[in-house]
Write a protein that binds this ligand. Structure first.
Ligand code: XMP
Length: 531
C-alpha cells in the first residue's frame, strides 16, 4: 500500500487519530492553493524557510472562516487558463480580505478573472531571465533591483491587465512580469520566485510575508515545544507502539514521542534479514543510547522462508509488507493496553492535493492495516513537516549526525536489490559488496554528496580470471544518485579513482563476485531501485 493511499484511507477507516494539524489550527499561517504545479511544494518550503508556517490545500478547498490564515498564494499549474479542464477557484473567498499572491498560472488566473487578457506567448518563455524594470517602491519588490535573475516557465502570457492593474516589473521579453491591483493587496508574478534560480525569490516571498504581517515564528524549536506539550496532553498515560525502520523519519518521531511520554512508548525494530551489513546491531545500539525503549525482533528465518523461490518484484514487496505486519502485530500484542500506533509519516506523503493531477508516487512499505486490525488510534507527530524540517527537528533533539543524515533505504531492503529470487547466501554476498561501497563513500567524503547509494546483485554470471584460474561468478552493479526528492534523479558523477578502488576491493574481497559495473541511468526513464 502506498503511504499516501494509506493517509487517504486512514481518514475514513479510523477517525480517532492524533491529528497534529489540530494543534496547528490556531498557528497563524499562509495558505497555498495548489493548481497542480510541480513547484507547489517548493513554494511551501520557501515560506517555511522564511519562518512562517504554511499549508498546501487543493485549489478549491480554501478554509473560509479560518482566522489564522494571514495570506493566500495561488500556485502554478500544468494547464492554461483557457483549458477546459483548468482548475478554478472563487477569488471572492479571499481577494480584498487577505493579501493575495498569484504565481505563474495563479497570476494569469487573477488577471483573466478580473477582466484582463491572457494569450499564448509568441515564443514560449522558459528559463533564466533578468528583471529590467522594477518598481522598487512596491512593497512586494522591496530590496529587489533591476537586473536581478528570475526563472520563467510559462506557455501563456498576460497581454492586458485588468482595470486598476499596474505593471511593477518587466523583463526584455515579458512586459508584465509582475503586477499589482492598485489599492488592493493583490499581486501576480509570472515568474517563479520559489525556484532556486530566481535569485531575488526569497526576498519576494519574505516581502509578501511582511505584507501579510506574519510573525514568522515557525522553527524547529517552536515545533518541538508545542508538539511535545500537545502529545503530553493528548496521550496522557496511554501506551504507544512505533515501528522503527532505521530511517530518519521513524527515528525522529520516536525521539520526539520519547521526550513527551518516555517509556510509555515502545519501539519495535524488525530485522527481516534484508538490512545492510551490521545495520540491525548498529542501529539498535544507537536507539538504546538515545534512551528509547526498543524491542529488536530477529525475524530473518520467517522472511527467508516466505521469500524462497519468489522472483517477481511486487510479489516480494507484498510478502515483506505482510510479514512485517505479522511480526509487528505479534510483538505489539505482547504489550498490555496499547492504544496508539505512531508512525513517521511526513508532509509530502500526505498532501492531499498531490493527487489532483495524478502525480506518481513511490510504493511504500509500512504498517497500514494494523490500526483497524488492532483497534489502534494513530499518532503521526511529523505529518506537517518536510524532510529537511524533520532533519532539523532531529538535530535539535540531539540525535547523532549519522542517524539524521542517513540516506534513504527502501522498506523491503536488499530484497529489491537482489534481482530474482532471494537466498541467505545472496543476501550475504550483497551485504559485503554494499558495505565496501558505502564505507568507501564515507571515507572519501562522498556520502553526503549523494542522495542515495547501494549495490545491486545481478542474476547473471560472467567469466573472469583470478590468478591462474578461470572464474564464473556474479556481477554487481553500483548505483549512486543525486536527487532532492527521489521523484527525479541523476547518476552521481563519482570520481573514476574512487570507482576503480571500490570495484577492485569488491572483486578481491567478496567471494562470488568477479565483475562490477556502474549504473549511469537517470530517473526518468529508469528508477532509483532496480526492482
Ligand atoms: P524508485 O526506485 O521508485 O525509488 O525511483 C524512489 C525512492 O523510493 C524508495 N523505494 C522504496 N521505499 N518501499 C520503500 O520504503 C519500497 O518498496 C520502495 N521502493 C523504492 C527508493 O529507495 C528511493 O528512495
Amino acid at each position: 500500500m502506498t503511504k499516501r493511499l494509506f493517509c487517504f484511507l486512514r481518514k475514513f477507516a479510523n477517525t480517532e487519530f492524533i491529528n497534529i494539524t489540530l494543534l496547528f489550527q490556531m498557528q497563524e499561517k499562509i495558505i497555498i492553493l495548489d493548481f497542480g504545479s510541480q513547484t507547489t511544494q517548493l513554494i511551501a518550503r520557501r515560506v517555511r524557510e522564511a519562518g512562517e508556517y504554511c499549508e498546501i490545500l487543493p485549489y478549491n478547498k480554501f478554509p473560509a472562516g479560518d482566522d489564522s490564515v494571514k495570506g493566500v498564494i495561488l500556485s502554478g499549474s500544468p494547464f492554461s487558463v483557457y483549458d477546459e479542464k483548468a482548475f478554478k477557484t472563487d477569488l471572492a473567498q479571499f481577494r480584498g480580505k487577505l493579501p493575495l499572491l498569484g504565481i505563474c498560472y495563479g497570476a494569469q488566473f487573477i488577471a483573466k478573472n478580473l477582466g484582463g487578457n491572457v494569450e499564448p506567448a509568441g515564443s514560449r518563455e522558459y528559463g533564466r531571465a533578468n528583471l529590467d524594470m522594477v518598481k522598487t517602491d512596491d512593497p512586494l519588490l522591496f530590496n529587489v533591483e533591476s537586473g536581478e535573475q528570475i526563472w520563467m516557465s510559462h506557455g501563456d502570457t498576460i497581454t492586458v491587465l485588468p482595470n486598476g492593474g499596474e505593471i511593477i516589473a518587466s523583463t526584455s521579453d515579458v512586459a508584465i512580469a509582475a503586477f499589482r491591483i492598485k489599492g488592493e493587496n493583490t499581486w501576480g508574478v509570472q515568474f517563479h520566485p520559489e525556484v532556486f534560480h530566481s535569485v531575488c525569490g526569497p526576498r519576494i516571498i519574505d516581502n509578501f510575508l511582511n505584507i501579510c504581517s506574519c510573525k514568522k515564528d515557525w522553527s524547529a524549536e517552536s515545533f518541538i515545544d508545542s508538539t511535545v506539550t500537545s502529545l503530553k496532553e493528548q496521550l496522557q498515560d496511554d501506551k504507544v507502539v512505533l515501528g522503527l525502520s532505521g530511517g530518519v523519519d521513524s527515528s525522529v518521531a520516536a525521539v520526539l514521542l520519547n521526550k513527551a511520554i518516555g517509556n510509555n512508548l515502545t519501539c519495535i525494530f524488525v530485522d527481516h534479514g534484508l538490512l545492510r551489513k551490521n545495520e540491525f546491531e548498529d542501529v539498535m545500539s544507537e536507539y538504546k543510547s538515545l534512551g528509547l525503549n526498543v524491542i529488536g525482533v530477529n525475524a530473518k528465518d520467517k522472511f527467508y522462508s516466505e521469500l524462497a523461490g519468489v522472483s517477481e518484484p511486487e510479489k516480494k514487496r507484498k510478502i515483506i509488507g505482510k510479514g512485517f505486519i505479522d511480526v509487528f502485530e505479534a510483538e505489539a500484542r505482547k504489550i498490555k493496553d496499547v492504544k496508539w500506533l505512531a508512525q513517521g509519516t511526513i508532509y509530502p506523503d500526505c498532501i492531499e492535493s498531490l493527487s489532483i493531477t495524478g502525480t506518481t508516487i513511490k510504493s511504500h512499505h509500512n504498517v497500514g492495516g494494523l490500526p483497524e486490525k488492532m483497534n489502534l488510534k494513530l499518532c503521526e507527530p511529523l505529518r506537517l513537516l518536510f524532510k529537511d524540517e524533520v532533519r532539523r527537528v532531529g538535530t535539535k533533539l540531539g540525535m547523532p549526525k549519522n542517524l539524521i543524515g542517513r540516506q534513504p533505504f527502501p522498506g523491503p531492503g536488499l530484497a529489491v536489490r537482489i534481482l530474482g529470487d532471494i537466498t541467505p547466501e545472496k543476501v550475504h554476498v550483497l551485504q559485503e559488496a554494499d558495505d565496501i561501497f558505502i564505507r568507501a563513500l564515507r571515507e572519501w567524503n562522498l556520502y553526503d554528496e549523494v542522495w542515495q547509494a547501494g549495490a545491486i546483485l545481478l542474476p547473471v554470471r560472467s567469466v573472469g580470471v583470478m590468478g591462474d584460474e578461470r572464474t564464473y561468478e556474479n556481477a554487481v552493479a553500483l548505483r549512486a544518485v543525486t536527487s532532492t526528492d527521489a521523484m527525479t534523479a541523476d547518476w552521481a558523477r563519482l570520481p573514476y579513482d574512487f570507482l576503480a578502488k571500490v570495484s577492485s576491493d569488491i572483486i578481491n574481497k567478496v567471494k562470488g563476485v568477479n565483475r562490477v559495473t556502474y549504473d549511469i541511468s537517470s530517473k526518468p526513464p529508469a528508477t532509483i531501485e532496480w526492482e
